[in-house]
Design a protein around this ligand. Structure first.
Ligand code: PHE
Length: 338
């Protein structure tokens, strides 16, 4: 094959090449160690000396034009390949983003924080205690002896004869009085347990917030002022409270506190069973027996205590009529409180 024919063939192949890989194969085929043009050069030795310069020039020229063609084809193909790569990697910024599902605080937690913050703003501390509690702290030191009928007020899960799942957070009050000299001003939130069957108003586990104030000259009027301030802060200024006589072994006198029904505003409805008011907490002046049990001299100190169900407060505030909604974690219900 003549120089010209080889060059023509090479240029044809170069023109048809579609990728840099193919171009490389063509380069090897013509210009590589055993390439067709390289092999032409090797024929030089067989020629007469006077023919060699012209032959050399011709082969070099052929080599040059193939190299040139390879170069410009490589450039074009690189551009094409770049463009294809860019197109393939293109990000469609018009696609909507993937939404992150946001979590939120459970309504009970929200209400707990709200109650806690009101008491914090009145200068109360927040104390916590164990959920598995000594019978002694849960009952006996609170003036509820073993076999006393008052135990019937709270149906108890017994772990053993001496250990119970706490039925209220009052044992935290006992622990506080045992460990701290008055003045004491604290609330004790937490989970409590009673052997109640689940229904719209009962749950074997629920949340309580109790409180205790002990100092010199603490009176029932201090209790009333504190509770009224709390209730107005929590429910709103126009909510009324009613203190009714009540009984708790650990307070004397004791009271139960009703507030204006938030569903009907006091007119009477199904939620308040026509009464216009709903009971939300128990309270009283700390029984001197309890102070004494906890090593405080009732001649020197007096105090008041109160306790409420956080669930009950959440229900009355938001008009929730079934306590189970608070524990079933149905997202359709919970989403309303985000
Ligand atoms: N411990 C009582 C209960 O759980 C509530 C309470 C606390 C009542 C303090 C009066 C004083 O029912």
């Amino acid at each position: 094959m003549s120089n010209d024919e080889i060059v023509k063939k090479a240029l044809g192949e170069i023109g048809a090449a579609g990728s840099s890989g193919e171009l490389n194969d063509i380069r090897v085929k013509y210009l590589g160690k055993k390439g067709e043009i390289t092999m032409l050069m090797k024929q030089m030795g067989t020629l007469a000396p006077e023919e060699r310069p012209a032959f050399g020039q011709a082969v070099n020229a052929a080599r040059g034009s193939v190299e040139q063609a390879l170069l410009s084809a490589a450039e074009k193909i690189a551009q094409k390949e770049d463009a294809a790569k860019l197109a393939a990697e293109r990000v469609d910024i018009t696609l909507p983003g993937r939404a992150q599902a946001l979590g939120a605080l459970h309504p009970l937690t929200q209400v707990y924080y709200e109650i806690r913050d009101i008491f914090l703003s009145m200068g109360f501390d927040v104390n916590e205690g164990p959920e598995i509690e000594l019978d002694q702290y849960n009952f006996e030191m609170l003036n509820i002896p073993k076999d006393h009928p008052a135990r019937d007020m709270q149906d108890t899960f017994y772990v053993s004869d001496d250990v119970v799942l706490r039925t209220h957070t009052s044992p935290v009050q006992v622990r506080t009085m045992l460990g701290q000299k008055p003045p004491i001003r604290m609330v004790c939130p937490g989970r409590v347990f009673r052997t109640d069957d689940v229904d719209a108003t009962h749950s074997p586990v629920f949340m309580q917030m109790e409180g205790l104030v002990v100092g010199k000259n603490i009176r029932f009027s201090d209790l009333k002022g504190t509770i009224n301030t709390f209730i107005r802060n929590f429910y709103g200024e126009d909510v009324k409270t009613k203190f009714r006589p009540g009984f708790f072994p650990f307070t004397e006198p004791s009271a139960e506190v009703d507030v204006t029904c938030t569903v009907c505003g006091g007119k009477g409805c199904a939620a308040c069973k026509g009464a216009g008011m709903i009971e939300v907490l128990g309270c009283g002046v700390v029984n001197p027996v309890v102070l004494q049990n906890c090593g405080l001299n009732p001649e020197e100190y007096s105090g008041f205590a109160f306790g409420m169900g956080i669930d009950r407060l959440a229900n009355t505030k938001y008009g929730i009529t079934d306590i189970r909604l608070l524990y079933e974690n149905d997202a359709r219900f919970l989403r309303q409180f985000v």
